[in-house]
Design a protein around this ligand. Structure first.
Ligand code: ADP
Ligand code: MG
Length: 255
């Protein structure tokens, strides 16, 4: 199932946040959205997920969700959003219970997503016993458990320290390489975007408009450190963003 944004604009009262965004999220690809703080990235993700209706334009779901999909559009948040009193297993079983899936069927799904996120040994742990990186892996496992058509990831690594972020990026690459998933991945971190994005969509400052869409052909698993082409791409993205980020920063100081 592909998602298509067709001429989306959005305002909150008098504040125009997004202007005329048209974009496809193709099946099996990771589309990264980058742009300065306040340009409307989280808003765009909420519109994608149907949490809000756009002021203008349409969000279209093209084709059918994958087999066994319980929730086509599933969020992964920066702050993990785990229930502290439930174990790793319990946090995942909860979303399955919501769809009436229990017992052996639930256990099979949970075992599969824990194996894919390398958490099998931690299924009985409570969130407070886990590092930030592992908590986010639990949140990703929980999202995968509902077999989403598209994962909507809002700065999923931004709460983590830089070393943990590196490890999680590697984990996401492995996860995708073994079994491709579809994601719209919001980040303000350009290193994440060039490591994980098949497509990188650069938004301007508010009202967010598409400035450029950059495609990266290099397979995710082949994107090592020190790759000259990726560094050039990252520099190009930063050149695009610098002006927008500076102007956005100065606009914030005006209010
Ligand atoms: P980003 O995620 O790119 O930092 P957001 O989408 O969170 O940006 O916000 C874009 C703009 O919309 C900001 O100026 C923010 O203050 C405003 N905004 C976000 N949500 C609301 C809301 N529910 N009501 C009013 N304004 C909002
Ligand atoms: Mg945001």
């Amino acid at each position: 199932m592909d998602i298509r944004l067709d001429a989306i604009s959005h305002s909150y009262g008098d504040t125009e946040v997004l202007r005329d965004i048209s974009l496809d999220i193709p099946t099996g690809k990771i589309v990264c959205l980058v742009g300065p703080s306040g340009c409307g990235k989280s808003t765009l993700l909420r519109l994608l997920g149907g949490l809000e209706r756009p002021s203008a334009g349409r969000v279209l779901q093209l084709g059918s969700p994958p087999e066994g999909c319980l929730n086509p559009l599933t969020y992964v948040f920066q702050d993990f959003a785990l229930l502290p009193w439930r174990s790793v297993h319990g946090n995942i079983s909860l979303v399955l219970e919501d769809h009436g899936i229990k017992g052996a069927r639930a256990n099979d799904i949970i075992a599969d997503v824990l194996a894919r996120t390398k958490l099998s040994d931690f299924k009985n742990a409570l969130p407070r016993q886990l590092s930030g990186g592992m908590k986010q892996r639990v949140a990703i496992a929980r999202a995968l458990a509902v077999k989403p058509a598209v994962m909507l990831m809002d700065e999923p690594l931004s709460a983590l320290d830089s070393q943990t972020r590196e490890l999680l990026m590697d984990d996401l690459v492995t996860l995708w390489t073994r079994q491709p998933f579809t994601a719209c991945y919001v980040t303000h971190n350009l290193a994440e975007a060039v490591r994980l994005g098949h497509q990188i969509v650069v938004l301007s400052r508010r009202p967010g408009q598409i400035r450029e869409v950059v495609e990266i052909e290099t397979p995710l698993a082949a994107r090592g450190h020190g790759d000259a082409e990726l560094e050039r791409t990252q520099k190009h993205l930063w050149d695009l963003m610098r002006e927008e980020a500076r102007a956005a920063d100065e606009e914030l100081l005006d209010v």
